[in-house]
Design a protein around this ligand. Structure first.
Ligand code: AMP
Ligand code: GLY
Length: 414
């Protein structure tokens, strides 16, 4: 069997590590991959947005299954093109990917199908939006409608911040077209968790829940990032809240998408807030979360390719989980999520059974691997309990030679 994984980050590296561990595959290709992925797969220099070249490659190489990591190719219709060519792909169509691609679509959809989420209104006019902010007051949340690489959400603790966000998006067009429509929504309080599932039409096979840490610094201080670490499972998530999220959120969403004539196939991700009134949706993503994937997939016993093939063939994949815990801590370049230097030599880490290194922004240079992004790599640890897994990770990180080039959060899963 030959598999193509589209993407270049830690999430894709983690997918490839699962594939490699579980089965004798003839070939795993990554397009374009990264320097760490090169050790585990054949990297093909095709950009994830170059859909026509990806189609040609999949045909020429006789790829049996394609897995897509990032959201942008999904919204550009990669799945539709692969399906037109009768190429197997486990990913949503452009029509179904709108659940992540447009926040106003997602909010209207949740309202229509009674899926619990923050109350909201949609605006294109700055004056109307500001009127709404004055009426509601702060805290309040402002979201760019379209894809903004995780940067389009402003949780405003004051009215001034909220008004500034409206000026940035609707007046100064900070997110161009993606921000020309905004969603203003109720501020939700509680603990966050992420729940992903394999979905095909109305069938939903949920994974273990995980928690992402989005702020740059310890104690959830500093700016939002793409994610500084994650862990799974979540001790404070009750079985009841988990079941509610599966039945009232994921299953309702899958059924609703069928009703809408946008049947969903792929990974459905719900970002959830555990409020005093039960779990509510913060956002839907139509793909694996990053960095949640890096702590969930190591706990999955099944072979990912087999799961996806089963789900596509309308068979129950019988998901099985290791009764263990994973913690992943991101090593980031100093300055991230602002500007930072690239090309710094990577520190050395042990590679033993319970420690795993997932690459995100790395590249080859003379003399070894160097950093090539804000989030450079993730040090993951697996153990019987969360504290043990966290200890393993921090033992590695605390003795690493960072030479003033990198930083990490010291409180992930603690
Ligand atoms: P998103 O990019 O949609 O995941 O949002 C980024 C972060 O903003 C989330 O992880 C939450 O911490 C926060 N957030 C988004 N929507 C809300 C909300 N309605 N209430 C409180 N916090 C929110
Ligand atoms: N971890 C959040 C996301 O993947 O969007």
């Amino acid at each position: 069997m030959k598999i193509l994984v589209v993407g270049r980050g830690g999430r894709e590296h983690s997918i490839i590590k699962n594939l490699k561990k579980n089965r004798q595959l003839d070939k795993i290709y990554a397009a374009p991959g990264n320097a760490g992925i090169e050790a585990d797969a054949a990297c093909i220099p095709i950009d994830e947005m170059n859909i026509e070249e990806l189609v040609s490659f999949a045909k020429e190489a006789a790829v049996d299954l394609t897995i897509v990591g990032p959201e942008n190719p999904l919204n550009a219709g990669i799945t539709n093109r692969f399906q037109q060519e009768n190429l197997a792909i486990f990913a949503p169509t452009q029509e179904a990917a709108l659940l992540e691609g447009s926040k106003s679509f997602a909010k209207d959809f949740m309202k229509k199908y009674n899926i619990p989420t923050a109350s909201y209104d949609v605006f294109q006019d700055a004056a109307e939006a500001k009127k709404r902010i004055a009426e509601t007051g702060a805290p309040i949340v402002i979201k760019a409608d379209g894809l903004a690489a995780g940067k389009g959400v402003i949780v405003a603790m004051t009215e001034e911040e909220a008004v500034q966000a409206i000026d940035d998006m609707l007046v100064d067009k900070a997110f161009a077209q993606a921000g020309s429509t905004v969603v203003i929504e109720e501020y939700l309080e509680g603990a966050e968790f992420s729940l992903m599932a394999f979905v095909h039409q109305d069938k939903v096979y949920p994974m273990m829940a995980a928690r992402d840490h989005k702020r740059a610094f310890d104690n959830d201080q500093g700016p939002n990032t793409g994610g500084m670490g994650a862990f799974a499972p979540i001790p404070d998530l009750t079985e009841e809240a988990y079941q509610f999220s599966v039945e009232q959120i994921l299953e309702k969403a899958a059924a609703g998408m069928m009703e809408e004539g946008r049947p969903f196939t792929g990974i459905l991700y719900a970002g959830l807030m555990m409020t005093s009134n039960g779990p509510k949706v913060i956002e839907f993503n139509t793909r694996f979360g990053d960095p949640e994937t890096q702590v969930v997939l190591p706990l999955l016993k099944n072979d990912l390719a087999q799961v996806m093939q089963d789900v596509l063939a309308e068979k129950d994949p019988n998901l099985e989980w290791h009764e263990e815990a994973c913690v992943g801590v991101v090593l980031a370049s100093n300055g991230y999520p602002g500007s930072y230097r690239k090309g710094n030599p990577l520190p050395q880490f042990e590679n033993n059974e319970d420690i795993y290194i997932i690459h995100a922004g790395t590249k080859k240079a003379e003399g070894g691997l160097v950093s090539d992004g804000g989030r450079v790599l993730l040090v993951g640890g697996r153990a019987e309990t969360l504290p043990q897994a966290a200890d393993k990770v921090y033992q590695q990180l605390d003795k690493a030679e960072l030479n003033g080039n990198f930083f990490y959060r010291s409180d992930i899963a603690k």
